[in-house]
Every structure is written in C-alpha cells, then in structure tokens.
Design a protein around this ligand. Structure first.
Ligand SMILES: C[S@@+](CC[C@H](N)C(=O)[O-])C[C@H]1O[C@@H](n2cnc3c(N)ncnc32)[C@H](O)[C@@H]1O
Length: 417
C-alpha cells in the first residue's frame, strides 16, 4: 500500500540525516537521556507535521513551528521545539502499554508518545481548537499514526471517555491543575505540566500522594498559554505607559501595605535609583529567579521595551521580565555587573522609591541566602493541595492560591554530607 510517507520519498533521505543530527544534538544538550526517547525522535518524520516548512526548520532542535496566531499575531498554537518535548518525555518515563493523554495537539508529540507506548498502549490527544484538531489528524494520518485518537474539547474536564491515564502530558502553559486531571489518573500516574507560579513557568512532574500532588522534578520552559475555562490573565501594572510594565500573576497580599499600587510605583520609577551589589555570582539564574519569586510577599516581573532601557530609565535585565520585589511604594529588581578579570558576573539590585534602601537590602539578603543555603540544594518542592485546605495543616512555604488548588512551594535544605 502506498502511504503519504512513501510519497515524501524525495525528501526522505535528507530528512533522515537531519533527524539523526537532531537526535545527536539533543543527546549533547542533555535533553535526550534514554534510548527509548532517542529511538522515538529518531523514528517519527517531524517534517510531515510541519508541511510547507523547510526541512532544516522542521528538524531544528530548539525552535517551535507556529501553526496558528490570533488576530493580534500572537502565537496560540505551535509544534513545540523538540528540545522541550524530549525533556518532558524523559520526565514522563513512558513505558510500553501505557495509556497517555496529551493536552494540546500538534500531532508530532502524540506520534512520539505512540512510539513509546507501542501497539499495546493508547494515546489520546485533546485540543480546544477545531483547526488544530483537523490539522493534527491530517498530519498523523500522513505519517501513519492513525492509532492516535484526537479529540476536540476543553481539556479543563480531561477526556473522561478515554480515562484512566497513566500519564497526562500538558503542552500548553497552565496556571492551575483542574481536578479532572488528577481524577483521571491511575493510582501511580504522573502529570507533566508547564505550570505557572508567580508568573514563572516550569514543566513540573507531579505524582499523587493522598489528596494532593507532589513534584518529583521541574525544568524551565515556555509554552503558549492555556485557553478555555482554565485561562488566566496576569495583571499588567503600567509604570511608564505600555513601555514599562510590572506583570503580577498572583497577589499574595491581603495586607494593604503589600498591595501593588500602580500610582505609587509610577512615582517611584521617576525617583533616582539606588544600586547595591551582593557579592553573589550570577549563575543558575532560573533557580535564583524561582527562589526570589517564592520569597517576596509582593512580587511581579518588571518588563521594559527597548526605548526606556536605552534611555537608562530601566536596566537591561527587564527586557525579558525580571523578578521584582515590591514594598509599598518602592520596588527592587535584579541586575548584574562583570567581575573584573573573569568572564563571570556579580548579581546586584536596582531599587526605586521612598524605601529604596530597605527594599534593596531585602533583595540583596535574598540573593545571599539563596547563595549560602540553596545554590547546591535539591531545588524547590512544589505541592498542590485542594483549594481551601487550611493553612494550618500545610507544610511551611510560599502559599499560592489558584482556582482549584492551593500550591505550596518550599525549599528543602541540602542534606549535610
Ligand atoms: C504548544 S501547542 C501543542 C503542541 C503539540 N503537543 C505538539 O505536538 O507540538 C498548545 C496547544 O494547546 C491547545 N490548548 C490551549 N488551551 C487548551 C485547552 N483548554 N484545552 C485543550 N487544548 C488547549 C492550543 O489550541 C494549542 O494547539
């Protein structure tokens, strides 16, 4: 029987070469750790899921292929970069015969999962967008993965007809974990989810322990946001029109003194800034940022466009969103400077406002505590309890309230050697 794969015979040898090179690169980068994931990525013809794109683009390990944009040109669907797909598949530890739910369909990742579960397993992929469902079905058929079941639905409710699942792999940025995802999990199942906490997204592996979920691993990642009933918008506090914005995802503060007040922060930005240095080397920035984000009662990501950075109003660290500690009408964010005679940098702080000195001191103290107690530690432990669980029975840590869950992020100390 002639299949779509055969029709692509003219590009097949070149595609195979590029696929092998991509596997080698992903091994070098540490994204591929196991032979199973290497074999899956080495087998699935990714170019059939990116029709019309140059082969080099389809097989670029680190770039996503956008498949749909909204009316403002913002990407709302893509084939995720193979790098992050490999990382998440390794986190998932999928075994032959498993039943897997993928949330967010591009076709390619579902085909990788189909390779991993084999003929005894079952793959369901759900997407909220009918164009994406149609596209995924067509690409899967073209690549001979008709066994993948692609469903049109809002994943907030999971896919009850196909449950239970040994793995739920979420491929859109989630602000919360709806109960359906844990309810539809087998007893020893895992949820792998790009989870946004205080504006910072990490792909977290969760396992169920009693009535709650506990993290086993997490990695830095970026995904298009969840749509539908699980969508959640952050608050954008303008500090200099749209050019300098403080993005606040969750406000922990009930205390008025800790509330983020746009007017006071706009005035603060116009006051001369205080600069303080920490003596702490600038590295492992993702972990450092997560630490800061989970230790500041009032927190946001300061984000600036090129203009205010070039004018010197805001430091260049704000280009991509920098962790910012807010205290009343003052705020502080991280910056860095080169350490003379080395190729490394030292972390420091810029602070603005009437209490700039105090907020800078507080931030520098956080940088030093992380350096002293956590730089070599096991990282954060993330636990998701049902919403409304009394604080008195929760472990110590940063408590972040979502719609369905009460998330606790704690930082165990390194074991003494
Ligand atoms: C990054 S893409 C998926 C990538 C895909 N897994 C692949 O093979 O590369 C994210 C997808 O999530 C979908 N999505 C967003 N919110 C959703 C929801 N509530 N339920 C189901 N799908 C959703 C989007 O329509 C989009 O197609």
């Amino acid at each position: 029987m002639t299949t779509a794969r055969d029709i692509n015979f003219d590009v097949a040898p070149q595609a195979e070469e590029l696929r092998e090179a991509m596997v080698a690169e992903l091994r070098d980068l540490g994204a591929i750790q196991s032979e199973q994931v290497a074999a899956a990525i080495g087998t699935v013809p990714r170019h059939l899921f990116a029709p019309g794109k140059p082969l080099e683009k389809a097989y670029a390990a680190n770039s996503a292929v956008v498949t749909k944009r909204d009316e403002n040109g913002v990407a709302i669907s893509s084939l995720s970069a193979t790098h992050i797909q490999a990382v998440m598949l390794e986190q998932a530890q999928i075994e032959p015969g498993m039943r897997v739910l993928e949330i967010g369909s591009g076709g390619y990742n579902a085909a990788l999962i189909a390779e991993l579960v084999g003929t005894a397993g079952q793959v369901t992929s759900v997407d909220i967008d009918s164009d994406i469902v149609t596209r995924a079905k067509e690409c899967l058929a073209a690549a001979d993965y008709d066994q993948v079941n692609v469903v049109l639905a809002d994943a907030e409710n999971g896919v009850p007809d196909r449950a239970p699942f040994d793995r739920v792999i979420v491929t859109a940025g989630a602000w919360d974990i709806p109960p359906a995802w844990s309810d539809q999990l087998t007893e020893h199942g895992r949820i792998i989810v790009p989870f946004r906490m205080r504006g910072l997204t990490r792909t977290v592996v969760f396992e169920r322990v009693g009535d709650h979920l506990v993290s086993r691993d997490y990695r830095l990642c970026g995904f298009v946001p969840m749509q539908g009933s699980g969508a959640h918008s952050e608050r954008r506090v303008p500090l200099d029109g749209d050019e300098v914005v403080l993005r606040v995802d969750e406000e922990l503060a009930v205390d008025e003194e800790l509330a983020v007040d746009a007017g006071r922060l706009q005035e603060a930005l116009l006051m001369p800034r205080v600069m303080r240095w920490s003596g702490v080397e600038f590295d492992q920035v993702d972990e450092l940022d997560f630490w800061i984000g989970t230790h500041a009662p009032a927190f946001g990501l300061l984000t600036a466009q090129d203009g205010p950075i070039e004018r010197g109003l805001v430091g260049p660290s704000a280009k991509r969103g920098v962790p910012t500690l807010v205290r009343g009408g003052s705020f502080a964010y991280r910056t860095k400077r080169p350490i003379e005679g080395t190729e490394t940098f030292e972390t420091g702080v810029y602070a603005h406002g009437p209490e700039a000195e105090a907020v800078a001191k507080e931030y520098v103290e956080l940088l030093r505590t992380w350096d002293r107690d956590h730089r070599r530690g096991p990282g954060a432990r993330i636990e998701a309890y049902p919403a409304g669980t009394p604080i008195s029975i929760l472990p110590q840590g940063c408590v972040v309230d979502k719609q369905h869950t009460r998330v606790v992020i704690s930082w165990p100390r390194p074991q003494a050697s």
